[in-house]
Every structure is written in structure tokens, then in C-alpha cells.
Design a binder for this molecule. Sequence first.
Ligand code: FPP
Length: 272
Amino acid sequence: MRLKLDQKKMTEEEAELLAKIDLSKLPKHVAIIMDGNGRWASKRHLPRISGHQRGIRSVREIITFAREIGVKHLTLYAFSNENWSRPIKEVSRLMILLENYLIRELDTMMSNGIRFRAIGQIDRLQSSVSKLIQSVEEKTKQNDKMTLVLALSYGGRTEIVDAVKKVAEAIQKEQISLKDLDETLFSTYLYTDDLPDPDLMIRTSGEIRISNFFLWQVAYTELYFTKTLWPDFRKRDFLLALLDYQGRERRFGLVSGKSSVSYSEKQIEGLI
Ligand code: FPP
């Protein structure tokens, strides 16, 4: 597959890395924990918000690049449930950054065919922000080149509890019956009902943990950790993560080299 990329915007190293990627085997869904903005700022004796501001450059670069090379879904973990406990000044500056980002990027999303989605407890956000989110979701809903998902006021455990509540309500209203409940049906009650599970999850800044992100969805996700702080994360770093991913063998619980045939319980009983 040939790509029409603006080579002028790429360094020689990035072009070389890109040439090594098999574009027909890209992860369909990449999720990123953008970590290290605060450390980036404190290393430079700057206020933490400068790290978040710089982080937006990486956000823009990675979204554009992911869209160009053909990643279909990109989720960025922008604000967790736990982040509400940060100093009020940092929280409100982050909300302003988010608002400005959505206002400024709407045209780019439209011209690049990017559908925008927000997941999390969006109603906890300031009403001006949640209204803006709704309107950007509405305006971009027909775009089909890439889905950009922002996880905002998001927590993986809360997502599961919210799904359990919805399931219980559906059972109570006799919309579904308990005997029909399986993993596939349960997934439709998660915030990510219309998204595939992530194939690759990247976390920046050297921390090696999931931090309550996509707890259900990462069952078979390949995890990639880099020491690079989010504001320094560029195309090069994204390409390194993709290359690493393409070097992995995804077995989904099967034996190496076997195809992903799924056996029924009866067939398995027959094998034992
Ligand atoms: C984690 O770094 C990052 C966040 C809590 C916020 C991420 C937000 C942005 C990148 C900017 C806004 C995003 C959009 C999409 C408009 P940290 O502050 O925890 O860093 P530290 O661990 O070094 O302190």
C-alpha cells in the first residue's frame, strides 16, 4: 500500500521507520495514556499547565499522523476521574485547554473526516464544556476516516459499574434476560459500545501501569511503555510503538502458530 504523506513534514529517521511498517497490519484501535506533562514542565521550572499546553502539540501531531497512515480509532486518555482531585486551578486550566482545542480543531476534524467521541462521565464536566462536546460529536458524526475518542472524567471501574447498572435496569424492564447476558452483550453497555477493543495501548513517561484505563477492553491489548514524556512524544515515538507492536505475536489465548478458530464448549469437551 502506498501512502500520500507530506514527506517534507517528516524527518529522515521518521521516513525510514515508516518504510518498515506494514500498513496493512496496523492496529485498528490505538489507546494512549498521555503521561508526563507535569514532569516535562517541572524539569524546565515551568508551571504544570505549560506541560499540558505543550502536550497539545503532541495531541495534534499524533492525531494527524494516525489519520494519515490509516489508524481507524484513536483514544486519548485526557482526564481521569482521579484528576478531579488535582488543584482547582489546574483542573480549570485543563478544561479551558480542552474547550479551546475543540473550538480550534473542529474545521480540521471536518476536513480530515475525523469523527469525534467523548467517553466518561461527561455530565460531571462544566455545562459549557459538555455542550461543546455534544455539538462537536453531532457535527462530526458522519465522518468516517478515523474516530478520535477523548476519555474525559473517565475511570475504568466506574465504566464497569455504570454498565452493570444499565444491565440491571434492562433486566428489570425485561428488555434483556439474565440468561442472554454474556461478554458480547455486556460490552454493548460500556461507553465503548461502538468501538473495537484497543489492539495497542501506549503509555508515556516511564510509568508501567494501566491507571484505571479501559480495564475491560485491554484483555488482549498489546501494551507498550516508553520513557518519553508526552510533550516530547512525536511521530518517531509513535512509529517505534507501531513497529514494536508489529513484532509481537498475538495469540489471544491460543497456541503459537495456530489460527484463531474458536471451538464450542461441546467441541472442547470432545477433545478432553
Ligand atoms: C498526565 O500528565 C496528563 C494529564 C492529566 C492531562 C492530559 C492533557 C493534555 C495532554 C492536554 C489536553 C488534552 C486535549 C486533548 C485538549 P501529568 O500531569 O499527570 O504528568 P506528571 O505525571 O508528570 O505530573
